[in-house]
Every structure is written in C-alpha cells, then in structure tokens.
Design a protein around this ligand. Structure first.
Ligand code: PEP
Ligand code: MG
Length: 578
C-alpha cells in the first residue's frame, strides 16, 4: 500500500531507496529469521561485536581520565566481567544457532532472562547490578548496529538504503557519516536540531519530525524522500516513481551547475565583497570546505571530538585536531568554538542525561566554567594550535558579563601556564562571542568592548526567543526564523556591532538558507558561515543582489508584525530584480 507522511525538510535533494530501520536499544529490537547457511556468519557477527566492546572497555580502562572518580575504574572492571561472563557472551551464540534468529534478538532474550534473575535477588546492591547488565548489553547492541547483519535486507542493497529512525543523536550521525545512506528520515527532531545540521552538512536529503514513520514503515520498503517538500512516499506507484526520478536528475544537474561558482568571488551587483565561511564538525570536513570555495571556517563545532566515547579527549589529541584544521586552511580564519555540550549534544561521562531542562541547564560556556580543568585543557590546545595558522576562539552561549570575564580570565591562565612551560602559542588570538541568547542580543554592550568579533547563533537564538525546543518534533512547525522578534534581535545585533566597529557574522542555519540571504544582506550582514553544501546557492543569490535596492524592503519588513504580510514581503524581496 502506498502512503505519504509529511514532516520537515532539513536537507535538500531527492532520494529513492529501500528502508533500513535503525535499531535503537531503547526501542523494540528487531527479530528476524536467519537461514541455516548464514547462522555461522551471524554467530561470528555477534563475536565481533563482543570483541569490539571488550576492546572499547579495555581501552577506557587504560585511559581513565585524571580526576575521574575512583569508582570509574571499578565500574569498567565490573562491565568487563559481565561482558566476559559465559551468560552474556556465550549463551546468545547458542540461542542464535538453536533458534535461527538474529544476534540482537538472541542477546535481548538473554538479557531479559538475566534481568529477571537479578530482580529476584533480595540483596539490594546486587539487585541494582541489573543496570550494569543493561548497559553492557546496550554497548554490544550498538556495536552490532555498526556491523550490517549477514542477512538483513539492507545488506543486499546497501547503496540505496534510506535510514529510517525514531530519533538520531548527533553522535549517531557521526557514525553514519561513513555509511552510504541515500537519505535520513526520523520521527523526532526539528529543522535546526544537531542531527539535522549534520545531515545537511553531508548533503544527504533528510526529513525529520515525521512522528510515526519508524512504526509505519517496514524494513526493505521502497521510499521516496523529497527533501525539498519535507515529505516521504512509501511504496510509491510507478507513475510517482518515474516523476521523482526525473526530478532527481534535474536536482543533480542544478547542483552541477552551481559547482561552477566555486571560484567566483561573492560580490554583490553594486560591488560589495561578502565573506562566505564554512561550518564544520570534524577535521575531516576540511575537504568539503576546500571544494566549496569557502574563505575560511566561521564555526568549528569542537564538541564533536568529545562524542561517541566514554573518556574526554586530552590536550594532545585536541591540539592535533585543531592544528590539522588550522594548518589545512593556510592562513584563512579558523574559528574554533569552545566546547558546546548539553541540550541535544550530551556527552558521556560529562553531562547529565536526565537534567530537567537541558537546553536551559548547564550547557556550553556554563558547563565549561563549572569544569575549569576541562576548559583549560581545551584552551591550551587551541592556543597551541593557533600558531599554525589563523585560529580564532569563539565562546558559545554567553548570557552574562561575568561569564565572559571568567572565560577570559581562564584564557589568561592558560596563556600563563603555557608561557611558564615554554610552549609557544599566538599571544593575540582573536576572541569572539556567540550571540544566541536573547539576553545577550538585547544587552550587547555587556560584551562588545571585551570581544574582537561576534557570531550570531540563530539556531539557539530562535529556540530561546520563541521558547521552542529546536529538537522537539511536536513544536518543530512553530520554529520560525522570520518571526518579528527574531528579526529584531538579529538586525539589532548586526547594527550594534557595526556601530561599535567590530566584525559580526551569522553562523546559525539562517546563514545557509538562500531564502534569507537578501534579508541578512539588507540587515547589513557581510559575513555568513554555513555548511559547505549550502555555499554555492547562497553565493548565487549574492551575485544577483544590489544592496542599495534592499533598503526599502528591509524597512518595511522590520515594521511588519503580521505573519502573512511578512511572508508576502519576503517572497517579493526574493523574487525581485535587485
Ligand atoms: C546556533 O545556535 O545557531 C549555532 C550555530 O550553534 P549550534 O547550532 O551548534 O548550537
Ligand atoms: Mg548554538
């Protein structure tokens, strides 16, 4: 039966492929039969996953971070013991062979039976150890999902798989970067959730906020993902399928044409030069930056180095990552944002997953100031990398003057430490602040005199201004970059920064949306930082725009409070020859 589901488009493009349902350990685990001739391979897959987890745990054990609580090492030993116990690493192998089932299912059955045994224990300490069993099983299940099942349908059609998930974390996305998925579709998420941002950076068509897709779609079903309209069509009829194949071809042709703009300077019709920078998550993204023709990196989200691991990266590891990027950019600016964890980017073991209201909690600069040693380690690594190129340092989520002065004091401390140790670094690394909390946008003089540049994080600025969780699918439709309050704050920040004579960029997703390019140019923005995949489209708009012609439109837009009228004005601004 053919049906369609509407969600929110987060990464453009069209994909046609077969559904691969992503297994989430917190959700139901898939159960399928494995044919007798594949059973041996399935047992081997299970053994490999156990071995991967064993290596992970051993690795963690030998790198217990300094300052970790003493229980940490004991807890790793306990997990290794549980993993190595026959009941967990042996019995599921027998179950696979006896029942002819997949490894995940065998493991889940064994976990359920162990948990039942633990629950019957009277001793409360021992009873609580069932949590540890679950955690170890989850690790093995995660390792299993990283290794395609010998018999699962996606294995046959890996190249045209579409990943269907209930939810994906930014950390999951890092893992999927290496897979050849044609598209991502998820029940949860919003247009600027970090999962969506990473999907966009990969240039892979994606639709989020589909609410019940994971439950409705079956493994292997054919799906069309329309990343422009934000819709997916399951089991499309032949007519629809051929229409979408045509559209897909057109889309690719357009992308090819846009690529030719790579070396064209982003200058408006009236001769104003615009700076186009790239956002990256990892050093490997530098290749895409180079291909896009970006003039530097306006946002390096350093927290991605802290994901998918249970320890924290040390100074040396961080230094090597930052140095790699700064060196590769050969003198072009590289804006390294300090650790922005929390909210939809929790990391283990640092952040509390079950904080009441994580977006309003101990995230970003707040977290760093509460953990000065972690922050100092990062500052030292950035300072050391700064002498290999043109590094800038960016502080996320500032909301009070005290935060800024504390962060600057820690930066001074990091410099003093390095000087005492005779470790070279660039003394005058430019320091910028992210304006992504309404309080910061409304009280800019609190920060401006102490900073060298500003960068507007519109993703969070919108989230906090409109009180809409950017990762919550239930309110994703309310997330609106052209809400008058948002426009006021963005325009005001740009104007105030210009008056004070300090550079200002936008590095939130608004900067990479070609439908908002003219608006931001009209507000006076001259520096845009976006995912490399978006750069050609934004450049194309810049090349067709004359700044003086924008003025009357912008005046009207900033005085309009009616949603429909605003939409109409925006459409006319974008259509108009100016
Ligand atoms: C933002 O909030 O706009 C931003 C660029 O930071 P992040 O998306 O990583 O929160
Ligand atoms: Mg942000």
């Amino acid at each position: 039966m053919s049906f369609s589901i509407h969600g929110i488009a987060v990464a453009h493009g069209i994909a046609i492929g077969r559904a691969h349902l992503f297994l989430q350990t917190s959700l139901e685990i898939t159960h399928y039969a494995v044919s007798p001739d594949r059973l041996e391979a399935e047992v081997e897959r299970f053994d490999r996953a156990v071995a991967t987890v064993r290596d992970e745990l051993r690795d963690l054990e030998s790198h217990v971070p300094a300052g970790a609580p003493p229980e940490f090492a004991a807890f790793l030993q306990l997990h290794l013991m549980i993993l190595n116990d026959e009941t967990l690493s042996g019995i599921p192998r027998d179950l696979i062979s006896q029942q002819g089932c997949n490894a995940e299912w065998a493991l889940k059955q064994q976990m359920d039976s162990l948990i039942a045994q633990f629950e019957a224990i009277e001793d409360s300490y021992l009873r609580e150890r069932k949590e540890d069993v679950t955690q170890v099983v989850e690790r093995v299940l995660k390792a299993l999902t990283g290794q395609p099942a010998a018999t699962s349908p996606e294995h046959k059609a890996e190249l045209d798989s579409i990943l269907v998930a209930h939810d994906l974390s930014p950390a999951d996305m890092l893992v999927f970067k290496q897979h050849a998925y044609q598209a991502f579709v998820t029940d949860m998420g919003g247009a600027t959730s970090h999962m969506a941002i990473v999907a966009r950076s990969l240039g892979i068509p994606s639709v989020v906020a589909l609410h019940h897709a994971w439950a409705m779609i079956r493994e292997g079903e054919v799906i069309v993902v329309d990343g422009m309209a934000g819709v997916i069509i399951v089991n499309p009829d032949p007519l629809i399928l051929s229409e979408y194949r045509l559209r897909q071809e057109q889309w690719h042709l357009e992308r090819q044409k846009l690529k030719r703009l790579r070396t064209t300077k982003p200058t408006t019709l009236d001769g104003t030069d615009i700076i186009l920078l790239a956002n990256i998550e990892q050093p490997d993204d530098v290749d895409a930056v180079k291909k896009s023709g970006a003039m530097g990196i306006g946002l390096y989200r350093s927290e991605f180095l802290f994901m998918n691991r249970s320890d924290l990266p040390g100074e040396e590891e961080q230094f090597n990552a930052y140095r790699r990027v700064t060196e590769a950019l050969r003198g072009q600016p590289v804006t390294i944002r300090t650790l922005d964890i929390g909210a939809d980017k929790p990391i283990e073991p640092a952040t509390k997953i079950h904080t009441l209201n994580p977006a309003l909690g101990l995230r970003a600069i707040r977290y760093c100031l509460s953990e000065p040693r972690i922050f100092l380690t990062q500052l030292r690594a950035i300072l050391r990398a700064s002498r290999f190129g043109n590094a800038h340092l960016l502080l996320p989520m500032l909301s009070t003057a005290t935060e800024l002065s504390q962060a600057l004091a820690l930066l001074e401390q990091a410099k003093t430490e390095l000087r005492l140790e005779n470790i070279p670094f660039k003394e005058n690394i430019p320091v910028g602040g992210m304006i992504e909390v309404p309080a910061a946008a409304l009280a800019l003089p609190m920060f401006i005199s102490k900073l060298d540049f500003l960068s507007i994080g519109t993703n969070d600025l919108i989230q906090y201004t409109l009180a809409i969780d950017r990762a919550d699918d239930e309110v994703a439709h309310l997330y609106n970059p052209v809400h008058p309050a948002v426009l006021f704050l963005v325009a005001n920040t740009i104007r105030t920064a210009h008056k004070a004579g300090i550079p200002v960029a936008v590095c939130g997703e608004m900067a990479g949306n070609p439908a908002l390019t003219r608006l931001l140019l009209g507000f006076g923005l001259r520096e845009f930082s976006m995912h490399p995949a978006h750069l050609p489209e934004v450049k194309q708009v810049i090349l067709k725009t004359s700044l003086p012609d924008l003025k009357p439109w912008i005046r009207k837009i900033l005085q309009t409070y009616d949603g429909d009228r605003l939409e109409d004005l925006m459409n006319r601004l974008n259509r108009q020859n100016c």
